[in-house]
Design a protein around this ligand. Structure first.
Ligand code: IVH
Length: 714
């Protein structure tokens, strides 16, 4: 949690007294142009991230808490005035309002399912035909539906016992959700007691949402108070409901429409339309736009009507839900997979808009993949302001010939991230150049490479790149690597957040923090001591595990073992790899020719060792460790490497499995039968048909003594 309000007091005890800097007051927000605001927001995002890093990872803040809070407030105020400029990397967006500690889980008595979608009239007709067929109705039998606008909020399940609201949960995974009872009690649209007659036990389902007007008003108030500003009403509703403190939820303008039933101790209606009536009588709000429709044709007309009304509604909808009205029919139809056969969400067609492509930003994923993101002149696409769109990869940009400055056609389909459909080439500005994809990582500056045949370009600075660090550390301590007891993913994340783990070498500095670790929640002296011991125990590490732990792409446990056996010692491996990072070098061709390695893997190693900072990291790490030599195999000077070998007859100085293992160690493939593909047959005593066959086929045969010489055993 890095937002201003949750920031712990400064470790140096600096209070909120002024920082003494004599910078002039920032310009009045009302007078800023959009461009100036955008520039300032970018600057703020960078500046706040910088201070977060200093504070959380380096324990060395440069500014006071008050100055830090002022940066957040300025950011929030700018975003409130220019909501279309809210950046994906804005400090206000970085933390979801996910609570620090989780909510208790609540199981739904009847699972909360999802809905299948129909994207057009044909798919809706298919849905109707399937339903008729399933229950054996004639193909022209009329079906009555209840239509309900599909609001984009979050669904909840409310349980009433003896007419009293006892508990409520979010949908969660459909089987169990989060217990948000206390928060739901603060929503005025949720009655505490049902009016009139109600079953002893009943579950009622509906959608919690925020109207567009409430959303805007709330964002203004949030900004004025220096609090988080939300990107859209759906996020705002979800964030408001998932608060640990119900007093915060109480201050948020949440609405709810009821629309479905879960468990019920007795039947309450024969038709869905009647059920909606009962909901109203009990005191719930039911969407007044809901409509009873007599036929399939009426549904199509309603869909068209709602598509027109959509942008004028006070809340976001992305389609209409059609439910068969007859509940007896509903029961017979049941479910398929996670969706009912008796209801469907008919979505509105994807909405399109044209806008200008301002720039292409390169994001770096946790595994080092570079993903281009379009930065757009903000545009309203079906009621949602869009300013970013995914571009997938390098080839996609080239295929669509997308250039900065182009006018592009954007499309949003439901919740899916907006996409660029095409470029309006006749509006291309003069001099717009094809986009050149960067060959260095924008996060860490390491070179980014794209292996032949792959779509994705990747950063080679895995261990030094901020975007990939945690994943790499988790790999580093995993079982086939350093296998440090008590240091799993959770602990790595915990210590990383604390700012203790930057590079793998830092793992070996954790024992120095033993006392501090012992004080942490969930730890204690014993577990902290055990952790220190587990770490100390791994200061001695076999070379192959060490190589594997580095997480170089394509270097799994098997390749790590091949490399370790081939190069023997860490010092030798390191020197040879540095030499091999030069294309065309002798070391490179040696690496290429190790059986089982090959050029693609050699390339990955060359990329890794071609990066100066990887070497620094390697040496820093090696200084903490004793890296054990591997038993060296002489594959390259052995004639046996790469050969297909057959052993036949009885060997006198070694067993057959021993001979086989030795041959494989030298890079040979050992098979059982002789064929034209066999390179060498080692003939022991009393050899029979295999030796004969070898002679017939002209395959070279050698004696056990000759084998021992070839295998370097003599
Ligand atoms: S009925 C099995 N009715 O859509 C019945 N859902 O894709 C499932 N939704 O999670 C729910 N408006 O969040 C139903 N009038 C409506 C709805 C609605 C919105 C959402 C709901 C649900 C999702 C299903």
């Amino acid at each position: 949690m890095k937002d201003a309000s949750r920031r712990p007091p400064s470790p140096r005890g600096r209070g909120s007294g002024g920082g003494g800097s004599a910078t002039p007051p920032p310009p009045d927000i009302e007078n800023l142009t959009e461009q100036e605001a955008a520039a300032e927001l970018e600057q703020l995002a960078r500046e706040i991230a910088h201070h977060d890093r200093l504070y959380h990872q380096k324990d060395a803040p440069e500014i006071t808490d008050a100055e830090y809070d002022a940066l957040h407030r300025r950011n929030a105020a700018l975003e409130a005035r220019f909501p279309e400029l809210i950046r994906a990397d804005s400090p206000s967006q970085r933390i979801g309002e996910a609570p620090e500690a989780g909510f208790a889980k609540l199981r739904h008595r009847v699972p909360m399912l999802s809905l299948d979608n129909a994207m057009n009239a044909e798919e809706f007709a298919d849905f109707c035909a399937r339903a008729r067929r399933f229950v054996g109705l004639p193909t022209d039998a009329p079906l009555a539906f209840v239509a309900e606008p599909k609001i984009d909020g979050l669904s909840i399940n409310l349980t009433y016992e003896q007419g009293r609201f006892v508990s409520g949960a979010t949908r969660g995974n459909g089987t169990e959700g989060e217990d948000v009872t206390a928060n739901l009690r603060t929503i005025s649209a949720i009655p505490d007691r049902l009016k009139g007659q109600a079953p002893a036990l009943i579950e009622i389902r509906g959608e919690v949402f925020m109207t567009k007007a409430d959303f805007l008003k709330m964002n203004e108030a949030q900004a004025a108070a220096g609090q988080k500003v939300f990107a859209n009403p759906r996020n705002a509703a979800a964030g408001s409901l998932r608060q640990l403190d119900p007093r915060i939820t109480a201050g948020r303008p949440l609405s709810m429409f009821a629309y479905a039933q879960g468990e019920s101790s007795e039947p309450v209606a024969d038709t869905h339309w009647h059920y909606l009536q009962r909901l109203r009588e009990w005191g719930f709000q039911v969407n007044p736009l809901s409509r009873l429709l007599k036929s399939e044709a009426d549904a199509a007309a309603f869909q068209a009507e709602m598509a027109l009304q959509r942008s004028h509604l006070g809340y976001d909808i992305d389609g209409v839900v059609y439910k068969l009205d007859d509940l007896a029919l509903e029961r017979r139809l049941g479910f398929v997979g996670r969706a009912p056969r008796w209801a469907i969400a008919w979505k509105f067609p994807a909405e399109q808009a044209m806008t200008e492509l301002r720039g292409i930003h390169i994001q770096v994923g946790r595994t080092g993949a570079l993903t281009p993101v379009a930065r757009l002149e903000p545009v309203n696409v079906g009621g949602v302001l869009v300013q970013n769109a995914t571009l997938h990869n390098e080839d996609e940009i080239a295929r669509k010939d997308i250039r900065i400055g182009d006018t592009v056609v954007l499309q949003r389909a439901g919740d899916v991230i907006p996409q660029i459909v095409s470029v309006v080439t006749d509006q291309r500005p003069k001099g717009a150049k094809p986009f050149v994809f960067p060959e260095v990582c924008p996060v860490c500056g390491s070179h980014a490479v794209r292996p032949p045949g792959e779509a994705v370009r990747r950063c080679t600075g895995g261990l030094i790149c901020e975007a990939q660090r945690v994943e790499r550390l988790i790999h580093f301590v995993s079982r086939p690597a350093f296998d440090i007891d008590g240091l799993g993913e959770k602990t790595i994340r915990e210590f990383y957040e604390e700012g203790w783990l930057h590079s793998p070498a830092d793992l070996f500095r954790l024992p120095a923090r033993e006392a501090e670790i012992a004080q942490r929640e969930g730890w204690g002296e014993v577990s902290a001591r055990n952790l220190s011991r587990a770490i100390e125990a791994r200061r001695r590490i076999p070379l192959d595990r060490f190589v594997y732990a580095l997480g170089i792409r394509r270097i799994g446990a098997t390749n790590a073992r091949l490399l370790a056996r081939h190069y023997g010692s860490f010092a030798n491996w390191r020197a040879e790899m540095v030499a091999a990072s030069q294309a065309g070098s002798e070391a490179r061709s040696e690496l290429d020719n190790i059986v089982g390695i090959g050029p693609a893997i050699a390339e990955e190693l060359a990329d890794f060792f071609g990066e100066e900072r990887n070497l620094e990291l390697l040496d820093e790490l090696a200084a903490e460790l004793t890296i054990e030599d591997a038993v060296r195999a002489q594959t390259t000077d052995s004639e046996i490497g790469g050969k297909t070998v057959v052993f036949t007859g009885t060997m006198e100085t070694m067993t057959r499995p021993e001979a086989k293992a030795r041959a494989e160690e030298l890079g040979a493939k050992v098979t059982d039968s002789v064929s034209k593909k066999t390179d060498l047959v080692v003939v022991g005593a009393d050899a029979g048909s295999k030796a004969r066959k070898a002679i017939e086929l002209g395959v070279r045969t050698i004696s056990e003594t000759e084998w021992r010489q070839l295998a370097g055993l003599e």
